[in-house]
Design a protein around this ligand. Structure first.
Ligand SMILES: [Zn+2]
Length: 428
């Protein structure tokens, strides 16, 4: 009988932050896990943006399989921009109620490909009880209804399902999550639910997703986030220990995987891609958010992706563009084309292949240069703070700790296969 397992995802935590947390004595819960586990780093996907990364973690597959392409993308069937919350302004610009519906419901019910199997679906099909707290990729076999006014919608999640007070499979008494990320209200809600579930030992597998660290890192930069959010993250994990009767009792009961979904790097300058394409209005669609961009060519466009790439030559915010020519993935940097597999970025060949093979991706993908961010649909950015999304190492490398588990994942897509094997299930 496999030990039960808790998968902890700390959004946006860099390896430096994790290592500092463990070595500095400021984070006793993380240090306890590290002392009993094996630590390594792993590679995220591209674009290294939260919805793409969390879908990759929860399905064990890249964007070529799960089809979530970014924080903002052009839906070719519906001929409209889908915006998953780059910023409040971006949500408003995309049409607030549509964007909220896309983020809360459609991402899982419609956009996440049926060719992908989530870890919750695979485990519950095999008779295990799966749980998810707050993670944006939650699709499961059980129907959950919300009674939030104006959103009388059903979604499908695992049997134990908690999503920011909007969907709750059980009444846990956890505090309301809407009290603001700055003060850590979202993670406080997650901790309340997590405590309740651990107290009852109410799952075989639980995803415990903590989003507030990323928020702090966007505001203060990856170094500043350590000062404001490390202790809080640690307390959210310590809350689970307490519910089990202590850290040793927790590890007696559960194996643990802890990782981040992507890193973050400092933002010093911001740019827009749109001015390079003003004369092509109506012929191209530009979606950009954080440190990644996509340019779409609707049918009948009079330019091709190679021309779009040439237009970005000399744009300092763009480190490299990526496109397909036949079966080849072509990178373009400083005015020169070359095979994308020659890129020196972490796991670049596989990440670029998977990103370009996503049917919802743009014809041209943009990976931002170190220090730069691309403004979103609402004109917002994180200048002076941190961001992520590109292929560069700082955005792409994450800490990954395994405790009580016979696996050594080196990519975030290898986590779900490791979980399934732990439970005796052969990954699809
Ligand atoms: Zn994230």
């Amino acid at each position: 009988m496999a030990k039960k397992l808790v998968l902890i995802v700390v959004d946006g935590m860099t390896p430096e932050a994790f290592e500092h947390a463990v070595s500095s004595g400021r984070a006793p819960a993380l240090a306890h896990l590290a002392a009993h586990g094996e630590y390594r780093t792993a590679t995220s996907v591209f674009p290294s943006l939260t919805p793409v990364c969390l879908s990759s973690i929860a399905t064990g597959a890249g964007p070529d399989v799960h089809h979530i392409p970014g924080l903002a993308w052009w839906n070719r069937q519906e001929k409209r921009v889908v915006e998953y919350g780059s910023s409040f302004s971006a949500l408003r610009k995309a049409g607030f109620s549509q964007a909220v519906l896309d983020t809360i419901v459609n991402m899982n019910e419609r956009h996440l490909s049926r060719d992908a199997t989530t870890v919750y679906e695979a485990l519950e099909d095999a008779g295990f009880v799966a749980g998810a707290i707050n993670i944006t990729c939650y699709r499961g076999r059980h129907r959950h209804v919300t009674n939030v006014p104006g959103l009388r919608r059903a979604v499908h999640g695992p049997s134990r399902f908690f999503f920011y007070n909007l969907f709750e499979s059980d009444r846990t008494g956890a505090p309301f999550s809407g009290g603001g990320r700055k003060g850590g209200a979202v993670d406080a809600y997650a901790a309340g639910v997590g405590r309740w579930l651990v107290t009852r030992d109410g799952f075989d597998f639980l995803v415990y997703y903590l989003s507030d660290y990323d928020f702090a890192s966007h505001a203060h930069g990856p170094a500043g986030a350590m000062d404001v959010a490390l202790e809080r993250i640690d307390a959210s994990i310590g809350a689970l220990f307490e519910a089990a009767g202590g850290p040793d009792e927790f590890l007696d009961r559960y194996a643990v995987i802890l990782l981040s979904d992507h890193g973050q790097t400092d933002v010093r300058k911001v740019a827009r891609l749109e001015p390079h394409f003003v004369d092509l209005k109506g012929q191209v669609v530009v979606t950009a958010s954080n440190r990644a961009g996509q340019i779409y060519l609707p049918p009948g466009a009079k330019v091709d992706a190679a021309e779009l790439a040439r237009r970005l030559d000399g744009e300092p915010a763009v480190e490299v563009t990526l496109r397909r020519e036949g079966d080849e993935a072509i990178a373009r940097r400083r005015g020169e084309d070359f095979p994308a597999h020659e890129l020196e970025h972490p796991d670049a060949a596989e990440r670029v292949r998977a990103a370009l093979a996503n049917p919802n991706a743009g014809e041209l993908l943009v990976s931002a240069a170190e220090g730069w961010e691309l403004v979103d649909l609402g004109g917002r950015h994180h200048e002076g703070g941190g961001s992520h999304g590109s292929l560069v190492a700082g955005d792409s490398i994450v800490p990954l700790l395994t405790v009580g588990l016979d696996a050594a994942p080196s990519r975030i897509t290898e986590v779900t296969p490791a979980v399934l094997r732990h439970f005796g299930i052969t990954p699809a």
